[in-house]
Ligand binder design. Structure first.
Ligand SMILES: O=P(O)(O)OC[C@H]1O[C@H](OP(=O)(O)OP(=O)(O)O)[C@H](O)[C@@H]1O
Ligand SMILES: O=C(O)c1cc(=O)[nH]c(=O)[nH]1
Length: 249
């Protein structure tokens, strides 16, 4: 795989995703119904080695976003008391990322908690929807696999706020850097306008005013895959896809 200018943790993550089959090239239909030349499936990080690779990459992203004022993804730093993983795929990520952070810097992250939600409220025992660290009065960092439309992230923000917490930021594995699909014909006009090249992550940033960062973005995948990691034709198809659907924010 070409190393180029990517930070080592991004290269390592891309390598693990490719080797583990989490990052694939071909033709895939997205939730938006677009035909994409690549697909990222966070559910494929299911072995010990792959789980370690993704949570380590999240930990590196969080630490570099917190300590570097030159972060390209955000001007803000990430300060938080609790890591929150939305059900379901966010749950093992939140727990694993906190473990990776606490191992690297116990003084800084040893007292940070983790929490997650249930998709269906439990009606016996301790009951409720939230599990883990209390959120009241806490700065909460949301960890999840991808942003597609942003709906799941908005639900997580609402849940955290309703529990008395404030959202410190959102960290995802992949920012696809693509425009939101235009509103369906007959819709009320909400969502992105077709002449704007806004992404779901861009809209979330503007709406909440919080840092939203990703381990890798589409441009990192294109950079990291050049030089023989995948077929030149797949690179060309990703560049065409970026030219057609790439967001400007
Ligand atoms: O709506 P967005 O914020 O763009 O995010 C899309 C989310 O949808 C999927 O999760 P889903 O809610 O389907 O649950 P899962 O984790 O159980 O797959 C996926 O894992 C993303 O987290
Ligand atoms: O947009 C999507 O539906 C989507 C894209 C992607 O790369 N991975 C994913 O899980 N969902």
């Amino acid at each position: 795989m070409a190393q180029q200018e990517l930070p080592q943790y991004k290269t390592d993550f891309l390598h693990a995703a490719l080797e583990g089959g989490a990052l694939r090239f071909g033709t895939f239909e997205l939730k938006s119904k677009r035909q994409s030349p690549y697909f990222f499936n966070a559910g494929s990080f299911f072995t010990g080695s792959l789980h370690a690779a993704i949570v380590d990459a999240f930990a590196s992203t969080i630490i570099s976003s917190s300590s570097s004022s030159s972060s390209t993804d955000s001007d803000n730093t990430l300060d938080f008391d609790v890591i929150f993983g939305p059900a379901y795929k966010g749950i093992p990520l939140a727990a694993g990322v906190l473990y990776a952070l606490a191992r690297r810097d116990p003084a800084r992250f040893g007292a940070v908690g983790y929490a997650f939600d249930r998709k269906e409220a439990k009606d016996h025992g301790e009951g409720g929807t939230l599990v883990g660290a209390p959120l009241r009065g806490k700065r909460v960092l949301v960890i999840d696999d991808v942003v597609s439309s942003g709906t799941a992230k908005r639900q997580a923000v609402d849940l955290i706020r309703a529990a008395g917490g404030t959202v410190a930021g959102i960290v995802v594995a992949l920012d696809r850097q693509e425009t939101l699909p235009p509103p369906a014909a007959g819709a009320d006009g909400s969502g992105s306008k077709s002449d704007e090249r806004t992404s779901a992550i861009g809209e979330l940033r503007r709406e909440y005013g919080i840092p939203i960062v990703a381990i890798v973005r589409l441009e990192d995948i294109i950079t990291g895959m050049r030089g023989g990691a995948i077929a030149e034709d797949d690179i060309r198809r990703m560049e065409e896809y970026r030219a057609k659907y790439g967001a400007s924010d």
